[in-house]
Design a protein around this ligand. Structure first.
Ligand SMILES: NC(=O)c1ccc[n+]([C@@H]2O[C@H](COP(=O)([O-])OP(=O)(O)OC[C@H]3O[C@@H](n4cnc5c(N)ncnc54)[C@H](O)[C@@H]3O)[C@@H](O)[C@H]2O)c1
Length: 362
């Protein structure tokens, strides 16, 4: 570190399981961050973390002088841990989902507002350079008027994922809350707010309390319609995690596709950014061939970019790209999807938000 470089942000990690360990790797790779401590009742014994380990967040916060905390503990603990950290005055990167329920997420939103806290939610895909490029292609009309979007995420989780970790098979987990929440967040980021949602859910493949497969229909406020199909029981090469080199848990499939965005003048697949468009010299209709070009972007992993952004949030030099309020809206969609799946009805999202907030107040 030279005299002109800022002092690294001292980060504690709460929950050193699958995701927490990845965050630890990203901290080690970042010049602006330093791993100060971890908190986990079952700390990893197989790796030398090179930092103190505590049984829980409270003990870590009391013993260490931290600037920031990354929370990667089980979902049911997210809000209470985040509130604890915000009250201790540290910046927070909270893994998704922001909370178990929309109502619970409102408690966190209120706490962030009350304490003027700095909190980023870990919807890491938003930090991927292909997402920024896809968003600008949509916003700048490169595809004409966007009319539809489709998404697919299907990957077969190993049986031990469910047998070894009880919370993975109980309410508070499930493919919608664990995985589809990322897709819903990204589709909101790309296409705007969702007005209506329909859902079909199934636990047929695994027979667990949580669903393993879900199919969603979405109508966006912009008029765009979309569909999203996801399963953690179905083996497939299709989905964000296979199409990016984000996590070692997923073999990388070059040129993979997670989303297809269709406009009146062309189409775009994401994250490989294959853009299909008519040549200006031919009629722009289905009788003409579509040419394919790949939009160039700088290679950059979204987790590392997320960590760099979090360092800026912790220093007070950036506003969180995914705030508690924003992630709360994404979580509301997961719940609206669950309601739609239970009732078989189309759920009006604005009405669902109003009803949920009214029942919280009463
Ligand atoms: N962003 C992503 O793509 C992504 C991917 C996987 C998991 N996640 C999220 O990360 C979180 C953790 O998931 P995981 O798969 O790593 O689970 P995991 O079970 O592997 O790890 C959870 C860890 O939390 C620890 N823990 C339990 N109670 C604790 C407590 N009171 N205080 C501190 N630590 C405690 C456990 O001992 C374990 O080490 C979840 O919220 C999950 O949704 C995000």
């Amino acid at each position: 570190m030279t005299a002109s470089e800022p002092v690294p942000v001292r980060i504690g990690v709460v929950g050193a399981g699958f995701m927490g360990r990845q965050h630890i790797g990203f901290i080690h790779a970042a010049s602006g961050a330093a791993l100060a401590a971890i908190a986990d009742p079952v700390p990893p014994l197989d790796v030398d973390l090179g930092c103190p380990a505590y049984a829980d967040a409270a003990r870590m916060l009391e013993a260490e002088r931290l600037d920031a905390v990354i929370i990667a503990n089980p979902n049911p603990l997210h809000v209470e841990t985040a509130v604890e950290c915000l009250e201790a005055g540290v910046a927070v990167l909270l893994e998704k989902p922001v909370a178990r329920t929309y109502a619970e997420s409102r408690l966190l939103v209120d706490t962030v507002t009350r304490l003027d806290g700095r909190l980023l939610v870990g919807h890491h895909r938003r930090h991927h350079p292909a997402v920024a490029r896809a968003r600008s292609a949509i916003r700048d009309g490169e595809l004409g008027q966007v009319v539809a979007v489709s998404g697919l995420w299907s990957a077969r989780k190993e049986d031990a994922y469910f047998t070894d970790t009880p919370w993975h098979r109980e309410a508070g987990a499930g493919v919608t809350l664990i995985n589809v929440v990322h897709d819903l967040d990204l589709l909101r980021y790309l296409c705007g707010e969702v007005a209506e949602i329909q859902a079909m859910r199934s636990s047929h493949a695994r027979g667990l309390e949580v669903e393993d497969t879900v199919s969603l229909n979405l109508r966006f406020e912009s008029g765009v319609v979309g569909s999203l199909l996801a399963s953690d029981a179905g083996a497939s090469p299709w989905g964000w995690d296979q199409a990016t080199e984000e996590t070692l848990a997923f073999p990388f499939l070059p040129d993979g596709v997670a989303y297809r965005i269709v406009g009146t003048r062309g189409a775009l697949s994401v994250p490989n950014l294959a853009k299909y468009a008519y040549d200006p010299s031919v009629p722009a209709d289905w009788h003409s061939p579509l040419s394919r070009t790949y939009l160039p972007v700088a290679p950059r992993g979204s987790f590392q970019a997320q960590l760099d952004h979090f360092v800026e949030v912790a220093r007070g030099s950036a506003e969180p790209l995914v705030s508690a309020e924003d992630a709360s809206r994404t979580l509301a969609l997961v719940e609206a999807a669950a309601l739609a799946g239970r009732t078989g009805e189309t759920v009006d999202v604005a009405g669902f938000l109003a009803d949920t907030e009214a029942s919280e107040r009463s």
